[in-house]
Design a protein around this ligand. Structure first.
Ligand SMILES: Nc1ncnc2c1ncn2[C@@H]1O[C@H](COP(=O)(O)OP(=O)(O)OP(=O)(O)O)[C@@H](O)[C@H]1O
Length: 609
């Protein structure tokens, strides 16, 4: 058992590195230990019977762990002293059996515990992920993806570490401490009392080293954070770095950050590694004291040599749980803090569900009305002000205006990604808050500038528009969207795997896939955000053609960047600071010589119509 002490630095550093997502490297304290542990325990509750088995196994191996030193003492006193080879052999076999049982039971309990933990964590992860799906977009506005990812992965991992390993360790440590103490006091009161002196010394010592080591690792995490940020920026900004020939200065910044990591890492690890030899020294000191004191008592004829051997062996076993307890405390604290962060998400109110009287939307005609709509993302900062508009079924509405005017917000409100603050939005006369969300979103086709493609095949990415669609329907949609020609040129055609966010496709091609999706979805109302970045003229022509086809007979809201789209629109809404300041056809607006006219002359003049 004593050799386990050598694991100390590894365990300790591991615990420290996994300080949790919020602030890695720090041993964080949960705000409410009781509630966090109760909720975490609830996830283990379905496995109560299994946990009882684990407890019995731990109890079993603690007892068998206590048996071996006792047997050794007996062997020395009864058989070695009396030269009884038979008896010695029997005891040696018993000792071997005791050690073997200890190891086997330990193995079994750890295995069962970690399997159980994995099952419980699988549930927690599923709960967390499904809850994330239900949260509103405004929640995502306030919680960056990195942070949420960290909760799904790091925090759950910290909990995993603590629950799968540390719960059994905790049980074992407490049980073996109690067991050893009882055995020691039962065997010899004074020697047991002397052994107890080692407890405060070990506790003080481990806490002392752990404090410095922890501080070191905390600093190391901060430096590592800087280094990671630096690397991430350099990788994602490669294009700009190369364009501006900043490779050397990027390297300099990296060297600086790398150097800081090296220095802090050296100090932190030195403290951590100090723990092993120094704890071993304390253990040795303990053995020497026991041997000296025990030897003296033996000379006096007060104790037997076998008893001293038993005590020394117990003594070695004793230090480990004492040291472990102080480490476990930190690791469990971190896990509970992680659990709290996970529960915080689970406690966030999900997106407003459908009203109880929500109705399905059937056969959408596409008549859209905004009636005195007000909205703000942040309280007190109105983004849409008292806006009213009417789009008749089949009309194309172009939204134009300077950046930040509120065009995307209008579309966000129509899609009910956010709810209006006051006023109402109606589709075919029904307030969208009274329409089943599922239905509402199905009747809207959204083609955004930055199309999100999943790491899957081209075919599956198109099928995202309507999951029940057959392969033929997907291909047909791609043909209508004029995407078929480029898809067939891809290495595996429709079965080509797209990389994350479709980065192996050009922007124009991504848009064509988004249009294919919309064609497949066959929505009553279309929402388009025209791409601002230029694509090659051939793709551009394909996109234009596909869009015109798609818009035919559907009410379309287009955040327009091309003059041709604006000219073809039935109504152009000029948005400024959350208000419609002008509206009419392109020609009417030009004739008005107002805000649109200025916008037109500065922005669109010269565009090929
Ligand atoms: N999620 C958000 N949280 C807080 N404020 C936001 C959010 N999204 C947009 N805004 C703010 O709302 C205002 C309107 O933004 P919106 O995206 O609707 O403008 P836009 O007209 O679409 O601009 P652009 O043409 O640049 O896309 C801006 O001031 C913007 O900063």
């Amino acid at each position: 058992m004593a050799e386990n002490i050598s694991n100390a630095p590894a365990n300790l550093t591991h615990t420290m590195r996994r300080g949790g997502a919020g602030n890695p490297g720090r041993i964080e304290k949960p705000k409410d230990i009781r509630s966090a542990s109760a909720r975490l325990a609830a996830y283990l509750k379905p496995f109560a019977k299994t946990l009882l088995v684990v407890f019995l196994l731990v109890l079993g191996y603690t007892l068998s762990g206590l048996a071996a030193p006792y047997l050794m003492g007996r062997a020395i006193d009864n058989y070695i002293a009396n030269k009884d080879v038979q008896g010695l052999l029997r005891t040696v076999i018993l000792m071997a059996a005791a050690y073997l049982t200890t190891n086997l039971l330990q193995l079994a309990s750890n295995w069962i515990m970690s399997t159980t933990t994995q099952k419980a964590l699988k549930r927690l992860r599923t709960d967390l992920f499904s809850h994330l799906q239900k949260l509103s977009l405004s929640y995502y506005d306030h919680n960056p993806p990195g942070e949420l990812m960290s909760r799904l992965t790091n925090d759950i991992d910290v909990i995993n570490q603590a629950v799968s390993m540390n719960i059994t360790s905790l049980m074992a440590s407490v049980l073996s401490l109690v067991g050893i103490l009882v055995a020691m006091f039962a065997l010899d009161f004074w020697l047991a009392l002397a052994s107890l002196l080692v407890v405060p010394l070990t506790l003080w010592f481990t806490t002392f080293i752990a404090k410095y080591s922890r501080r070191g690792f905390r600093e190391l995490q901060a430096e590592l954070g800087d280094l990671n940020g630096n690397i991430e920026e350099t990788i994602s900004g490669q294009r700009v770095i190369k364009a501006f020939r900043r490779n050397e200065s990027a390297l300099d910044t990296f060297r600086e950050a790398n150097d800081a990591v090296y220095k802090t890492g050296k100090t932190a690890h030195t403290y951590a590694f100090l723990l092993m030899p120094l704890t071993t020294q304390i253990g040795n000191l303990f053995v020497i004291t026991l041997a000296g004191l025990g030897g003296w008592l033996a000379i006096k004829g007060l104790v037997t040599v076998g008893l001293i051997a038993t005590f020394i062996s117990y003594g070695r076993q004793f230090i480990q749980p004492v040291r472990q307890l102080s480490e476990l405390y930190n690791s469990i604290q971190s896990a509970l803090a992680g659990a709290e962060r996970v529960f915080e998400i689970l406690d966030t109110q999900p997106e407003v569900e459908d009203a109880p009287n929500a109705v399905p939307l059937k056969d959408v005609k596409g008549d859209v009305r905004f009636e005195e709509v007000n909205f703000s993302y942040v309280e007190g900062v109105p983004v849409i002000k008292n806006m009213s508009l009417h789009a008749r079924a089949g009309q194309t509405i172009a939204l134009v205006g300077p950046t930040g005017a509120g065009k995307t917000t209008i579309i966000n409100l129509l899609s009910r990604f956010y709810d209006v603050e006051s006023g109402s939005i109606r589709i075919d006369g029904t307030d969208i808050r009274d329409i089943k969300k599922e239905n509402l979103r199905r009747s809207l086709g959204i083609v955004l500038q930055d199309t999100f493609l999943f790491s899957d095949t081209v075919l599956e990415n198109i099928r995202y528009g309507r999951l029940a669609a057959s392969d033929e329907e997907c291909v047909q949609a791609a043909k209508v969207a004029d995407a078929d020609y480029f898809i067939r040129q891809l290495p595996q055609g429709y079965h080509t795997l797209l990389s994350e966010r479709g980065s192996n496709l050009s922007q124009g091609q991504r848009q064509l896939l988004a249009i294919s999706r919309a064609v497949l979805a066959d929505p009553g109302i279309l929402i388009l955000d025209e791409a601002t970045s230029s694509v090659d003229t051939r793709t551009e022509a394909h996109i234009q053609k596909a869009l015109l086809l798609l818009m035919e007979g559907r009410t379309s809201f287009v955040i327009a960047h091309r003059l041709s789209t604006i000219r073809d629109a039935d109504n152009v809404l000029v948005i400024r600071q959350g208000e419609i300041i002008e509206q009419g056809s392109h020609q009417e607006l030009v004739n008005q010589k107002g805000f649109y006219f200025n916008l037109y002359t500065s922005q669109f003049k010269g565009q090929i119509i």
